[in-house]
Design a protein around this ligand. Structure first.
Ligand SMILES: *Cc1c(COP(=O)(O)O)cnc(C)c1O
Length: 453
């Protein structure tokens, strides 16, 4: 019998619960602090921006949280997502490793982001919220939230960083197709945007500025809330449908992963894939290596410091203990826009500090070389972000070729690259290059991070 290429589950196998790893960890993560008082923030501090159900999930000690049926019903549009065995890639690499990839590009928005967008839109709709605001860099998150808001009858307003608003016009088209309003950020419709434009009328924007605009509108309107696509505990929680399905799919073919690899921007797709396996690792049932791959141009885990810092560039958010390059650090314009975040999810950071997961940084040229090899064997053209996970898997598979080890490698292919073909053109024409490690910019940004005793 030939071994299967595509391992599928039934709709009835969509997980019924999200998995919360926090109660299973050997030590609890440090609290989020109010920047003024340096006291832990309470639910009330977050209430102007988020509905109470999500605030409670953020601090929940329950191992399992039931997925509301209306959310599961929308998940049915694309879940369970396929798990593929990369037979052709393995043959080309001449490796004894067996490579599996969980394909989240199957969602309508083309990435894993709708897994949390749908949940967030649902709880906000339940709370009587009229509109959600958010920021988006590359446009993946904005399109996921636009889709989710449409499904629950919410309005959606997105601030897209001006540089990517101009470079990726079709992400905006996608958001408008689902009914969202999209602004180029900095915009003239908020005080924050006007202040930036007064100083620099040609500002190309930044994620930090776009966050300020979206938060301002949510904080100043009673029936408007704000939504975040990564970093926070509840976002990582919602993504655990990925790993739960992957575990069931691997079990179907009698496999146990030896290495689990994901790309990390804010840590949500990587956490979503790996936490259900980490649960088994903590229980002593399996012992996979779990590895985050980050861009060499924005290496928060491998080169950052583990300390309290702001989540945004301007310094408006609570203080979060995480691996950070400094909130003022602006990474070079690599094509993986979704990985250009100065920090890391506090939960991923904590788990790395506990020694339960590891990280490596890879430059974008190696990532695009890996992506091309992947596209030319497996067919799917990956988004620039998961090219990091693919490059990490290729390093492992090549080691297996040398050593003869038959490792089982599992990766998250968290999105397709159909809106990123300009990046592929740059690579194919030989113009893609790596940036030097920005040690001076990182040192300067770290010098500005508040000191919390
Ligand atoms: C947003 C995004 C990322 C980065 O976010 P994580 O929270 O680290 O997953 C990675 N890949 C894709 C396709 C994205 O849309």
């Amino acid at each position: 019998m030939t071994e299967p290429t595509k391992i599928l589950l039934d709709e009835s196998d969509i997980p019924t619960h999200w998995y919360n790893i926090i109660p299973d960890l050997p030590a609890p993560p440090p609290p989020v602090l109010h920047p003024g008082t340096l006291e832990p923030v309470g639910p009330g501090d977050l209430a102007p921006l988020f509905p109470m159900d999500l605030i409670l999930q953020e601090v929940s000690q329950d191992s399992y949280i039931e997925i509301p049926e209306p959310v599961r019903d929308i998940y049915r549009l694309w879940r369970p997502t396929p798990l593929y065995r990369a037979h052709r890639l393995e043959r080309e690499l001449d490796t004894p490793a067996r490579i599996y990839y969980k394909y989240e590009g199957a969602s309508p928005a083309g990435s894993h982001k709708p897994n949390t967008a749908v949940a967030q839109a649902y709880y906000n709709a339940q709370a009587g919220v009229r509109k959600l605001t958010t920021e988006t860099g590359a446009g993946q998150w904005g399109s996921a939230l636009a889709l989710a808001c449409r499904m629950f009858g919410l309005e959606c307003e997105v601030w897209q960083v001006a540089a990517s608003f101009d470079q990726k016009p079709y992400r905006g088209s996608m958001m408008r197709t689902w009914g969202a309003a999209v602004h180029s950020s900095p915009s003239t419709v908020t005080n924050a945007g006007q202040a930036i434009l007064a100083k620099d009328p040609h500002s190309t924007g930044s994620l930090g500025i776009a966050i300020s605009e979206a938060v301002e509108v949510a904080a100043t309107n009673e029936d408007v809330n704000y939504s975040l696509g990564s970093v926070l505990n509840h976002v990582l929680l919602h993504q655990t449908v990925i790993g739960q399905e992957a575990a069931a799919q691997l079990a179907k073919v009698g496999e146990t992963p030896d290495v689990i690899i994901g790309c990390t921007g804010g840590g949500s797709n990587f956490s979503g894939l790996s936490y259900p396996f980490l649960r088994e690792k903590l229980a002593g049932n399996i012992n996979p290596t779990i590895r985050a791959v980050e861009p060499a141009a924005c290496p928060s885990i491998t080169k950052g410091e583990y300390r309290y810092d702001f989540g945004d560039t301007i310094g408006m958010t609570p203080l979060i203990k995480m691996h950070t390059l400094g909130h003022g650090f602006v990474p070079d314009p690599i094509h993986a826009g979704g990985l250009r975040y100065h920090g890391m999810s506090p939960l991923v950071s904590h788990i790395v500090e506990l020694g339960l997961m590891e990280a490596e940084a890879i430059g974008q040229v190696e990532c695009f070389e890996a992506a091309l090899q992947f596209a030319r064997t497996e067919g799917i053209i990956p988004a620039p972000e998961p090219t990091h996970a693919i490059a990490g898997a290729l390093r492992e598979a090549e080691e297996c070729r040398e050593s003869g080890e038959e490792k089982v490698i599992l990766i998250a292919l968290c999105g397709h690259g159909h809106f990123d073909m300009a990046a592929y053109d740059t690579f194919l024409s030989g113009e893609l290059h790596d940036y030097d490690y920005p040690s001076e910019a990182i040192a300067a940004a770290l010098a500005e991070v508040p000191v919390v005793a």
